[in-house]
Write a protein that binds this ligand. Structure first.
Ligand code: NAP
Length: 305
């Protein structure tokens, strides 16, 4: 695979940052990878894992890089760019991997050096694990990467966009370009709300006085454990997602609550047909997800029990 960027700087070496570093080197998409994380322990771990050249400041990592990737929690994006900006060279591309786009762009736009190209993005790939040890080179393979380009008329912006797309394709991702606001609504439905529901169900089960926690854990295989996997995701990351995609999440949540009330009513009044129709519609959606290659058709995700 041909090198897409000579030097790539990754700011924030968690699950996503470490995976980018590993994938870029494994696929030969980057000549070299420089890394920086605000946490000294994480920097030490990144060195031990040999993820690339670990620098002592964000500006040092960004120095000379053709691509600077901000891979920190959404609420820390501005701080990360502020620190990296003095090192960013003219013409460099600055991108991010934040799960929210509108608020991140608002925060980053005023901070990006004027001669740099700010091209926000979001990999639809991840796990419930965090930190540098959680990263792996194949994380992005066959997953979507959404780019949400800004309205920038410079010809070099269009060229930079193509190059960034080539980078993510080299890492194995399928790339789609999308409008910022659309991204935030789509992700509120497909990711943010499901996480909120999982956090809520798991916390509620822990709170319920009528069942003991040990019973919940003991019988968790009946559906609950799948929620616990989602609810095991990093609390800082998810706090920032909800604080920064407030409008879209509240809108989708409003609709969800209404539909939930309708379900509650159908149960109360014994409306079996209404329940059946909704469950049947939901089941068809699962088939579509599998046909689109977004999940395995194996029963129970191929688990043995
Ligand atoms: P993570 O594993 O928690 O790693 C984030 C790292 O960034 C931490 O080591 C953190 O250090 C560090 N950091 C925080 N502020 C910093 C700063 N100002 N400068 C440098 N480093 C800083 O998080 P992640 O799961 O990789 O997520 C990173 C981003 O990717 C988030 O914006 C998230 O929304 C997005 N994303 C995540 C997933 C997913 O499934 N996890 C999927 C797609 C996109 P401290 O721990 O000391 O704060």
């Amino acid at each position: 695979m041909a090198v897409v960027f000579e030097r790539v700087a990754v700011i924030g070496v968690g699950l996503i940052g470490a995976s980018i570093a590993r994938a870029a080197r494994a696929e030969g998409a980057a000549g070299e990878v420089a890394l920086y994380d605000a946490d000294e322990g994480v920097r030490a771990r990144a060195r031990a894992l040999e993820l690339g050249e670990v620098c002592d400041s964000a500006a040092a990592a960004a120095a000379g890089a053709d691509l600077v990737i901000l891979a920190v929690p959404v609420g820390a994006m501005a701080k990360a760019l502020e620190a990296a900006a003095p090192g960013v060279k003219p013409g460099a591309i600055i991108t991010d991997v934040g799960s929210v786009k509108g608020a991140v762009v608002q925060a980053l736009r005023p901070l990006a050096p004027r001669d740099a190209l700010l091209i926000p993005g979001h990999p639809i790939a991840g796990t419930e694990h965090s930190g540098p040890d959680a990263g792996f080179a194949t994380l992005f393979k066959g997953r979507w990467h959404i780019l949400t380009p800004l309205d920038d008329p410079r010809p070099e912006y269009a060229a930079g966009l193509d190059r960034l797309e080539a980078f993510w394709r080299a890492l194995g991702a399928n790339v789609e370009r999308m409008d910022l606001a659309r991204h935030d609504v789509v992700l509120a439905v497909t990711s943010h709300l499901p996480h909120l529901i999982a956090f809520n169900i798991v916390a509620m089960a822990e709170d319920l006085e009528s069942v003991t926690e040990s019973e919940v854990v003991k019988f968790s295989a009946s559906g609950f454990r799948d929620f616990t996997r989602i609810a095991a995701s990093d609390p800082t990351m998810w706090r920032d997602v909800f604080l920064n995609n407030r409008e879209a999440v509240l809108e989708v949540l409003g609709r969800f609550s209404e539909d939930l009330a309708a379900l509650q009513r159908a149960i109360r009044w014994g409306e079996g047909d209404a329940l059946y129709d909704l469950f049947d519609r939901a089941r068809r959606m699962r088939r579509e997800v599998i046909e689109a290659g977004q999940d395995t058709p194996a029963p129970n995700w191929g688990r043995e029990n």
